[in-house]
Ligand binder design. Structure first.
Ligand SMILES: [Zn+2]
Length: 388
């Protein structure tokens, strides 16, 4: 399965690691070039992030992190499309695992997704809200400075949330560069409340957040978004049916569909943020912050796993299998409930060389799944171009 080019890179990684400075320079050039010329499938999963990825990979090489640099550049090139006995498709990722990778950062949110799905599918729930907390952008502030300022306000706000009846929350910090200088550090939350109504939430929580931020001037306060997704009710059983972050199947229940999108939006990876970062220094500032801070957090009831529920276990097993079932010597999967169809990159090449029958797999991957979202629309564009 490992091609000549990849083996060659491995040799370079080895030589660079042994102190060969020429190998190190060649590795930087080669990996930078790979990021610039992403494969079609890498483009689907990483989006328009080539400049950022090149910048990061060169920094990784400069920092002596040769193996990580190689994995980062090749992230997604070995992804395999698999099918189970029920005809369900999934992409088995061969990712790099970096928190600052456009693709792997998205997958990192899956634990939060399956935890929340496990809770909401097995018990009655309270009022569910989507809240976005923002803070004023300070033009000359560093990203870490913005993070610390936010954290201080969050601690004060959290006590108010508990008092207002918040029983569980999923929080994700979004780090986007401001159009001017400075960073737009903000937080998306899915929260469950016991008894709090929409009007009280909108007014009361907004006032509490502005108090927590120390904002007294009403004309300068940062926007506060709050919307009730659904009132209290019975289990949302369909949520646990598909906990893939990418190319998931929509539920038939409209409330569940709404939640499916909101949770994935909350847990989104860094792709859309890094696409807006200008310049090497800011890209590296971003990578440094992501390396040492946690972007997803669970609070209250959702911190605990649901006893005897299989949702998280199924996802953990699938992830573990992704690590162990692929035998690089044989170049295929072993002992798996999933049958390997082929490497996605290879399938695209086969289709381009005239073997159009492979197109049906990519069409099926797109099939009944979400038509919204950047990732799906890129796969749609790829499939349309290949079909033409
Ligand atoms: Zn990756």
């Amino acid at each position: 399965m490992i091609g000549y080019a990849e083996q060659d890179l491995e040799t370079l990684v080895g030589s660079a690691g042994a102190g060969d400075s020429l190998a190190r320079r060649e590795l930087s050039e080669r990996l930078g070039g790979i990021c610039q010329k992403a494969s079609s499938w890498q483009w689907v999963i990483h989006g328009e992030t080539a400049a950022y990825r090149e910048c990061v990979v060169r920094w990784l090489v400069d920092a002596g992190r040769y193996v990580g640099a190689r994995r980062f550049a090749l992230c997604g090139r070995g992804d395999v499309l698999c099918e189970n006995a029920k005809g369900k498709l999934r992409v088995r990722p061969r990712g790099c695992g970096a928190r600052f990778c456009p693709r792997c950062s998205r997958r990192a949110g899956r634990r939060g997704l399956s935890r929340v799905a496990a809770h909401l599918s097995t018990r009655e729930h309270g009022n569910l809200f989507h809240v976005v907390l923002t803070q004023r952008v300070v033009p000359d502030e560093t990203l870490d400075g913005a993070r610390l300022r936010f954290e201080a306000a969050w601690k004060r706000f959290y006590t108010k949330l508990r008092r207002a009846g918040m029983t569980a929350a999923l929080a994700t910090y979004h780090l986007t560069p401001s159009a001017r200088i400075g960073w737009h550090y903000h937080c998306h939350l899915l929260m469950e409340f016991d008894g709090l109504g929409e009007d009280d939430a909108t007014e009361g929580l907004a006032a509490a957040w502005h108090w927590a931020c120390g904002e007294t001037d009403a004309s300068r306060v940062a926007p506060f978004f709050c919307r009730m997704i659904t009132g209290a009710g019975g289990p949302l059983s369909g949520l646990a049916n598909d906990t893939q972050m990418e190319f998931f199947e929509e539920s038939r229940n409209p409330v569940e569909v709404c939640l499916q999108y909101i949770v994935r939006d909350i847990l989104q990876g860094v792709e859309s943020w890094v696409g807006r970062i200008n310049g090497r220094d800011r890209a590296l500032e971003f990578v440094a912050t992501l390396t040492h801070c946690k972007t997803h957090r669970l609070y209250g009831e959702w911190r605990k796993p649901v006893p005897k529920d299989g949702t998280e276990k199924a996802d953990e097993d699938a992830d573990a299998e992704d690590e162990t079932a692929f035998d690089p010597k044989l170049g295929r999967l072993v002992n798996s409930a999933w049958k390997e169809i082929g490497m996605v990159d290879a399938m695209v090449r086969w289709i381009r060389s005239g073997e159009k029958s492979w197109l049906s797999y990519l069409t099926r991957l797109l099939g009944h799944r979400s038509q919204k979202g950047a990732l799906t629309s890129r796969l749609f564009r790829l499939v349309s171009a290949l079909a033409a």
